[in-house]
Design a protein around this ligand. Structure first.
Ligand code: NAP
Ligand code: SF4
Length: 673
């Protein structure tokens, strides 16, 4: 008996039946661009072994001008087809199915060769596109159809035509990117001509016994986007033109509303797909912020869609589906929607991987093989680095003892999960608890490990983390000065006016925490979140932006966030998420001050130096978030006795410490012990 009856209902597509309702959504991993095809094949094959019903590849360019960036992967030559064949063969051998996404970037192409319906530059690319003439349009359609035919030749089970997220096909649909007055612009029948022609020609190129997914933008989240009537009209026409599945696209890339970040509520957009249910007869797929089998089952059971698409959850755990099917959902490593190792890497032109699973896209070079000689290993510190090392070592067959001085595991993760908008960390800590038990790690909570306690182990791993940096501000011993640990972990009383010293990740988190009342979080309340960001309904406003704009609630406190550097506060936060943190704090009325000097703390608040003289930041409480230093006390004590130990995570290097590096370092050590 399955725990998820809707999720594991087969889906009959006519010529093929999918075993379950899970689609692994398209992700650009950058793997194809490495040219290391055995690595690409292993990445997809491992996920096929994990039981997903159907996978979609990262976007493949149909031609050079349509690539997201110069050199973007596609199927241009016989060699390309052979390389892709190695992927489809590996997936089929593992019992899976895979469709290739065809992605034409249009004006989003980071290239001087970009083409679009009209010569209107996008706000997210420096390159103004060239407007296509009639022959140019025909070439794009023909190239997309040719790419589909090549995909079939390469052994794919289908293609996904990328028609959403503000890419080329989407650009034809709305007036703010399509100002044409010929048969490709003007009335909606004309604006949807290109997407429909593409679907018709792709269907003609691939034949009937081939899956054709069309990803349709159901809520553009940009001004002058599609109306709901247009969405429905397009969906029906795309079905008639030959699509076999309709997938949901949410928001253009230029939208200023987060759509997949961790602070977006789970299943935040399933209601949009649900509006389209019953309008078409092909299966509808919903997506965005679905990351557990429970949530996936819920949206299917509520009739929001026929299938769910999850993408990043398959970076976090390639065996998501198999574990769900076997009733082991607690063992699924959860995607916490941080974007730190996936999307942020992509935007830095690095191969994507996953914060919680460093093996993602490293399946061929990071392998957790059974230990030839099981050893007794002590790990000190149950933060991200220690947990990661302990679990990988235990998975490989070592006998692991984990010492943690606190009464619970998690370290910095335990603090992160208390921040409104970071609730996903609860799931990650719970997963680690499950895995410690499943892998038989002896976990000693409330246990200070000293050199004596560590004697007798074959290997000692020091993951003791960090200590808060002492900023040495005159007057900081006063009772109204707290550290972030007092505030986030120990529940210290905080006044109505707060000055925060340090605007790094933790300063931002502390501001977010203090701007909310206890228990309040827009991430846990979809109506609140939609009000906060101004997400309306495409049936009421074209594109679905609320006409009244964002409407944040009044903050719980008046907060000033300070840093000494002159740069924009929050500049070093995540590449794809920093703007969200900055926007949230702005909406909560947090004042951000850069380029200040700290003079001294006085009973009335914090005296700063601004360059124009001294200024008092009136505050009832001052919170110190001035970064961290490695906690090497135990490592140094062991070294003094000549005992060798592996030092990882914040205890190794605190600078720029984050969970991504800590988990990766722990896993890589665990793999070699
Ligand atoms: P951090 O990012 O290094 O920031 C430390 C802050 O303290 C900076 O704003 C720095 O700015 C200030 N500072 C440094 N030395 C100081 C001194 N002597 N006196 C006064 N101020 C000083 O460290 P963190 O905030 O502790 O975060 C640690 C790591 O956790 C981050 O690197 C991040 O990767 C991770 N994290 C990330 C997030 C996120 O992305 N949302 C959230 C939490 C944690 P000035 O030197 O300019 O004053
Ligand atoms: Fe999810 Fe973060 Fe991993 Fe990306 S890096 S897949 S967002 S957990």
């Amino acid at each position: 008996m399955t725990h998820y009856p809707h999720l594991f209902r087969p889906l009959d597509l006519g010529h093929v039946t999918l075993p379950n309702r899970v689609l692994m959504g398209s992700m650009h991993t950058g793997l194809e661009e490495t040219g290391d095809w055995p690595r690409v094949a292993r990445f997809y094959a491992e996920r096929a072994e994990g039981g997903v019903g159907l996978m979609v590849t990262g976007g493949m360019a149909p031609n050079r001008e349509g690539g997201v960036f110069p050199g973007a992967a596609g199927l241009f030559t016989a060699a390309d087809i052979a390389n892709h064949r190695s992927v489809t063969d590996a997936v089929h051998a593992a019992g899976g199915r895979i469709a290739m996404q065809i992605l034409h970037a249009g004006r989003y192409a980071y290239s001087p060769d970009a083409v679009a319906p009209s010569a209107i530059k996008s706000p997210i690319s420096p390159f103004p596109p060239k407007a296509l003439d009639e022959a140019g349009i025909e070439k794009q359609i023909a190239d997309i159809a040719t790419a589909a035919a090549r995909a079939r030749e390469a052994g794919y089970d289908g293609v996904e035509v990328m028609g959403s997220e503000g890419y080329f096909l989407n650009q034809f649909l709305v007036r703010h990117t399509n100002r044409r007055e010929d048969r490709w612009g003007g009335a909606f029948d004309n604006r949807m001509r290109l997407p429909l022609e593409v679907v018709r020609r792709v269907r003609a190129a691939v034949g009937d016994d081939f899956i054709l997914i069309y990803r349709l933008s159901m809520i553009d989240l940009v001004p002058d986007g599609s109306t709901w009537d247009e969405v429905v009209q397009l969906a029906k026409a795309v079905e008639r033109a030959g699509a076999s599945i309709l997938n949901t696209g949410i928001g253009w890339h230029e939208a200023r509303i987060p759509t997949i970040a961790t602070s977006v509520p789970r299943r935040a957009f399933a209601w949009v797909t649900k509006k389209l249910m019953g309008e078409v007869s092909v299966p509808l797929v919903t997506s965005n912020r679905i990351n557990t089998p429970e949530v996936a089952e819920e949206v299917l059971a509520e009739g929001c869609a026929d299938m769910v698409s999850m993408a990043r959850p398959f970076l976090a755990d390639s065996h998501f589906v198999r574990k769900a099917a076997e009733g082991r959902s607690g063992q699924i490593a959860p995607c916490i929607a941080c974007n730190q190792a996936c999307l942020d890497h992509t935007f830095q032109m690095k191969v994507a991987t996953c914060l919680v699973n460093p093996r993602a896209a490293h399946e061929t070079d990071l392998r957790y093989q059974p230990a030839t000689q099981p050893r007794r290993i002590a790990v000190v510190g149950a933060g991200p680095a220690g947990l990661s090392a302990a679990l990988v070592a235990a998975e490989r067959g070592h006998a692991v003892t984990l010492f943690e001085k606190a009464e619970r595991i998690g370290g910095q993760l335990d603090m992160a999960r208390r921040i409104p908008g970071k609730e996903e960390f609860h799931g990650l800590v719970a997963h680690y608890e499950t895995m410690l038990a499943a892998l038989g790690v002896e976990t000693r909570l409330g246990a200070m490990a000293d050199p004596e306690a560590l004697a007798g182990y074959d290997d000692v791993v020091i993951a003791t983390g960090v200590l808060p940096r002492d900023p040495g501000i005159d007057g900081q011993e006063a009772p109204h000065v707290l550290s972030y640990i007092d505030v986030l972990q120990n529940g210290a009383e905080v006044g109505a006016r707060v000055a925060i010293v340090g605007a790094g990740g933790i300063g931002f988190d502390t501001a977010q925490f203090l701007a909310h009342r206890p228990g309040e979080s827009a991430t846990l309340d979809l109506a609140h979140w939609r009000r906060l960001w101004g997400v309306g309904d495409p049936a009421e406003t074209p594109g679905g932006l609320a006409p009244e704009g964002p409407r944040p609630d009044a903050p719980a406190r008046r907060i000033t966030l300070l840093q000494r550097k002159a740069e924009k506060p929050g500049k070093r936060l995540g590449k794809t998420t920093g703007w969200i943190h900055r926007a949230e704090l702005r909406m909560l009325g947090v004042e951000m001050r850069a380029g200040v000097g700290y003079r001294r703390i006085v009973p009335e608040g914090l005296l700063i130096e601004t360059g124009q003289g001294e200024e008092l930041i009136a505050a009832d409480t001052i919170v110190l978030c001035a970064g961290q230093e490695p906690d090497r006390r135990l490592a140094d004590a062991l070294a003094a006795r000549g005992t060798s130990a592996h030092v990882i995570g914040g205890a190794d290097v605190a600078l720029e410490l984050d969970a991504k590096r800590a988990i990766d370092q722990g896993a890589r050590l665990g793999a070699t012990l």
